[in-house]
Design a protein around this ligand. Structure first.
Ligand code: HEM
Length: 516
């Protein structure tokens, strides 16, 4: 019999809320559907009385618990108390959804807690697909992730890569081992902070360390935030706020920190070299702006960009590195490619990436097997028919990207790490497009990740540098690839620790410059 390991820390919620919810169930659950189509909902797998399928979300690895349900169908209707959730587990249904219904599912749902800075009523991620979201997305695409914006801060990201290299070099000189995720966290967090806040968030003044601390605290709260969002109406009816205090405490620390940075920007404007924060502050002050944004919306966006970009990139770097270390033949092929393009006298640079197809394929394959965000949650904003079933408005839709990207009917040897599958093939453009809609590490459609390009840059340069400059020793024969879920991202149950051994030292690299 299959077993599901449940996170007992959270089990008290089940007991508490189930008692209160009994009453609501009678009112909400036994209501007769008015519409005959409402009877044609997707099938439901076996569930527990009252709590429905809640135990699956509380399990240690929800993406795997959900994946096991695919034996009942690739489109299922689950129930958390009285709240229905449509679960998608196959590549073909995901393809249909993003090809045909993207606009119907272009919302991430209601904020779990309105007053919270991140994912609250000022949030970008939780904003409905409307004027505010479109205004911010346009700003982001042009001023943060557009070609000119990326070019402007290329030097700053190269400095961070050098700092990362120098830190590894200083560890190798002391024969110390490295916790890859910790080092990669500094790299991505510093790079993102520099991109969005420019001059204000520096390693040297301790601000970056404070931001990293808050990011870690927020990730630890993600499951609670998700449950608060899912059961929001029930909590409101019961006048019950299970995690609110805890979540708002972290939110107010972020608020304080960002307010200080905003004020600093206002007091020292730099009109010649405007960063994203300057651009948003100008829009905030501009009476005639296309959309009148608030100060809270600026702060919320920054927190969400930091949250959205940091851990996702870090987990990808760690998992992909682990896969490479476990496959010496892949490591060798990758190294040969980088040596031939970059040579042996300098560090890899962003501009090398287009000339390194195998490196790109390795990263894509790392993301396919280990998507940091395995479950994509959306709200259905317009009723629709999916896979022949009726899906009503306001239903929560969860696409299990993890299951979709390991679906054997779309991926050959789905559990194997085979980067070759992403090398240029003879696929026709239509087949290529179909494949793209089944490859979901960054989500898809309108609400897909706006940071995809920069994510590939962070991961590509970090992995490229680590493979190019160092050999990696581990204590065991193989890296243990067991998973755990921290917050909502898939992490390594045993964080990757390994000892770097320098194989080449670029000219002008100096561990004294950046070691910490
Ligand atoms: C390897 C790196 C990354 C991965 C795997 C990743 C993955 C994702 C995923 C799965 C989503 C949800 C998409 C959906 O619902 O369809 C998302 C959304 C988002 N990501 Fe990323 N991401 C990465 C890097 C970044 C970076 C570097 C940033 C910004 C600096 C960023 C900012 C965002 C934002 C703001 C959203 C919300 C979009 C919206 O609501 O419209 N991400 N990301």
């Amino acid at each position: 019999m299959e077993t599901i390991v449940v996170d007992y820390q959270n089990c008290f919620i089940v007991i508490l809320v189930s008692l209160f919810s009994l009453l609501c169930l009678f009112v909400l659950y036994f209501k007769k559907p008015k519409d005959s189509r409402a009877c044609n909902v997707p099938p439901s797998p076996p569930s527990l009385p009252i709590i429905g399928h809640l135990h699956l979300i509380l399990s240690v690895l929800p993406h795997k618990s959900f994946q096991k349900l695919s034996k009942y169908g690739s489109l299922l209707c689950l129930r958390i108390f009285h709240v229905p959730i449509i679960l998608v587990s196959s590549a073909s249904v995901a393809y249909e959804i993003f090809k045909t219904h993207d606009v119907n599912i272009s919302s991430h749902g209601h904020p779990p807690i309105d007053e919270c800075l991140f994912f609250g009523s000022s949030s970008f991620v939780m904003a409905p697909y409307g004027d505010y979201w479109k205004f911010m997305k346009k700003l982001m695409v042009t001023k943060l992730f557009g070609p000119q914006a990326l070019e402007r801060l290329r030097g700053a990201r190269a400095d961070e890569l050098e700092r990362f290299h120098a830190s590894l070099l200083s560890k190798e000189m002391k024969s110390e081992n490295v916790e890859i995720a910790k080092e990669a966290m500094k790299l991505t967090n510093n790079s993102i902070c520099k991109m969005i806040m420019g001059r204000s968030c520096l390693e040297e003044n301790g601000e970056a360390e404070r931001v990293r601390g808050l990011v870690t605290q927020t990730f630890a709260l993600f499951k609670k935030i998700f449950l608060t969002q899912l059961l929001r109406r029930l909590f409101e009816i019961l006048r019950f706020s299970l995690f609110k205090k805890e979540i708002l405490a972290v939110s107010s620390k972020f608020d304080e920190l960002l307010e200080r940075i905003l004020v600093e920007h206002e007091e020292n404007p730099d009109y010649r070299d405007m960063d994203m924060m300057d651009v948003l502050l100008a829009a905030y002050r501009d009476e005639n702006a296309e959309y009148k944004i608030t100060r809270n919306q600026i702060k919320a966006l920054f927190v969400e960009l930091i949250l959205g970009g940091t851990d996702t990139s870090v987990q990808t770097i760690e998992w992909t590195m682990a896969e490479i270390i476990n496959k010496p033949n892949i490591l060798e092929r990758l190294r040969n490619e980088i040596d031939s393009v970059v040579g042996k006298t300098r560090l890899i640079q962003e501009k090398d990436l287009p000339d390194l197809p195998y490196l790109q394929a390795v990263i894509k394959e790392g993301l396919r097997l280990h998507p940091p965000g395995p479950l994509l949650g959306r709200k259905v904003i317009r009723e629709c028919m999916i896979g022949g079933f009726y899906v009503p408005k306001n239903t929560t839709l969860v696409v299990n990207a993890y299951a979709v990207m390991r679906d054997p009917s779309s991926w050959e040897d789905p559990d194997e790490f085979k980067p070759e599958r992403f090398l240029a093939s003879s696929r026709r453009p239509e087949e290529e497009r179909e494949q793209t809609l089944k490859y979901l590490p960054f989500g898809s459609g309108r609400r897909g990740c706006p940071g995809e390009n920069i994510g590939y840059i962070f991961v590509g340069t970090a992995i490229g540098m680590m493979v190019h400059c160092f050999d990696w020793r581990i204590k065991e024969d193989k890296v243990n690839m067991e998973e755990t879920v921290a917050g909502m991202t898939i992490n390594m149950a045993h964080p990757l620790r390994c000892t770097p051994v320098a194989r080449m030292q670029p000219l002008n690299s100096n561990p004294q410059n950046f070691s910490s």
